[in-house]
Design a protein around this ligand. Structure first.
Ligand SMILES: NC(=O)c1ccc[n+]([C@@H]2O[C@H](COP(=O)([O-])OP(=O)(O)OC[C@H]3O[C@@H](n4cnc5c(N)ncnc54)[C@H](O)[C@@H]3O)[C@@H](O)[C@H]2O)c1
Length: 460
């Protein structure tokens, strides 16, 4: 098209064009005017290509399983993991197989425990191994809280002959390899980004581990042959702003108070889908504020202990009009008993080769202690155990995702799992304090300045 065609309709022959008499600068402007639509189209294509390149670039979009990261956040923080995951090779495969070997016949099970270097994961793995089940752990050892504590738990497990594979639940190839090597009968899925308040600092980590990671794991499980039964950790936080107590599994859970709670609620819905479509047998466990030896440093009972011992003031929250904040503290051994009973009563998945052969079991249980204790009472018990007076600072609870109280109705778990929590807070904290002092305060007591506290959640 030349400048002579300017102003002429596209269909030829209808008009006879008259060559306009134009000055040089007018012709220049008209030429640009003429090129503009073309320019626009090419710019559009260029933008589309750039966008596509951006979306498929490894930094912007995906984990190794191909699940998109949230590209809508402007600032993205990643938790550090130890190094590039190293897995594979004959020696590594040998260790996986050996760790998965069942020593208890004929009823033993073989369990992949995700989050095995975590608080609950370590205890569950050990308990399974003690009775002769095969256990392979998986953990990415991220630095949400002190990785040295996770390494110490790993050493403990290694001592019992349990191999903890270092890797991420979002690594689909790693999961496929594990299911290839071992016909796991069960998965106890405990890996997650825990903590309520940290969700305001690093929301993406909750989406990565609790949503994308869960889907990655369920994808691997539904493709495995045989399909394992899944027992996984949801949370009491799904009850969110509910006021009807005690919290029961039949109550609605539509009002989460934190992103953490929302990702656990999403997990329960995702579990429903994988059960419905692929015939995976899935049991979700709503833990209520678990505490005990080898616990999580971001939880109140843990950092209160640290701060009381070092003479630092501790902050205790109260609700509106001085309302007491209370938690249904549940001792780790009781939680382990509930996890193992869930594994033992889980029915087989019904799918194979990725498709469903019939309806499969889908369950949700509260695992609590069913006796909420005010947080001020927790502090008094710690003061007695530690023989140190706390410097208490009472402040109004900020709106950061914590709820005022939790209280579990555990009748369903009692009936279906034979779940009977029997450790009161006094007894459980005594055991925790004993462990804490042995772990952090060997004679010199230099630990207090060395170890840091991360996060700041009192529950979950
Ligand atoms: N402890 C509680 O009070 C409590 C309460 C309710 C629910 N839960 C749930 O129970 C489970 C266990 O909790 P915990 O207290 O042992 O927490 P934890 O943080 O000690 O353990 C979780 C482990 O998972 C690992 N992990 C996280 N993301 C991972 C990923 N993408 N890939 C591989 N490993 C990953 C972490 O490194 C950690 O070792 C979690 O799902 C948690 O949300 C715990």
């Amino acid at each position: 098209m030349s400048h002579m065609d300017v102003g002429v309709p596209s269909s030829p022959g209808k008009f006879k064009s008259e060559k306009p008499h134009l000055h040089h600068h007018q012709r220049f402007l008209l030429r640009w005017h003429n090129y503009l639509p073309k320019l626009f189209v090419w710019s559009f294509f260029a933008a589309a290509v750039l966008l596509a390149l951006f979306l498929i670039s490894p930094n912007s979009s995906s984990t190794s399983s191909g699940f998109p990261h949230s590209s809508f956040t402007t600032e993205r923080r990643f938790l550090r993991t130890s190094s590039a995951p190293t897995w594979g090779g004959p020696e590594w495969e040998k260790r996986v197989r050996s760790s998965a070997r069942i020593r208890r016949r004929p009823f033993g099970i073989s369990v992949l425990v995700t989050g095995a270097a975590g608080f609950v994961g370590t205890h569950v793995s050990n308990a399974l191994r003690r009775r002769g089940d095969g256990v392979v752990g998986l953990d990415n050892f991220n630095d949400y809280y002190e990785p040295s504590l996770k390494r110490a738990r790993q050493a403990l497990l290694s001592h019992s002959g349990i191999f903890v594979v270092e890797g991420d639940i979002n690594d689909g190839a790693l999961l496929a390899k594990l299911f290839d090597l071992v016909a796991f009968t069960h998965v106890c899925h405990l890996a997650a980004q825990a903590g309520v308040r940290y969700a305001m600092v690093n929301p993406g980590s909750y989406v990565d581990s609790n949503v994308a990671g869960l889907v990655s794991l369920l994808e691997a499980a539904r493709s495995a042959n045989p399909q394992p039964a899944i027992v996984w950790a949801s949370s009491s936080s799904v009850y969110g702003l509910n006021t009807q107590v005690p919290f029961s599994e039949v109550h609605l859970t539509d009002h989460p108070a934190s992103l953490y709670a929302a990702t656990k609620k999403a997990g329960e819905e995702i579990a429903h889908v994988y059960n419905h479509i692929y015939g995976l047998s899935i049991t979700g466990l709503r833990f209520f504020t678990v505490y005990g030896p080898w616990g999580r440093p971001d939880m109140a009972y843990f950092f209160f202990t640290k701060d009381i011992l070092s003479g630092k003031p501790i902050t205790i929250f109260e609700g509106p009009e001085g309302a007491t904040v209370a938690r249904d503290f549940t001792y780790i051994d009781d939680i382990v008993q509930g996890c193992i009973a869930s594994l033992d009563t889980a029915q087989k998945s019904t799918g194979s080769g990725g498709s469903k052969k019939g309806p499969a079991q889908l369950r949700v249980f509260n695992l609590g202690n069913t006796s909420p204790v005010p947080v001020v009472e927790l502090v008094s018990i710690l003061e007695r155990q530690l023989k140190v007076k706390a410097k208490r600072k009472v402040v109004k609870m900020p709106g950061n995702g914590d709820v005022l109280f939790t209280h579990a109705n555990i009748s369903l778990a009692k009936k279906e799992l034979g779940y009977h929590p029997n450790t009161d807070l006094q007894t459980g904290l005594k055991r925790f304090v004993k462990w804490y002092l042995a772990y952090y305060a060997p004679p010199s007591r230099t630990y207090l300045s060395k170890k840091g506290r991360s996060g700041g959640s009192s529950s979950s």
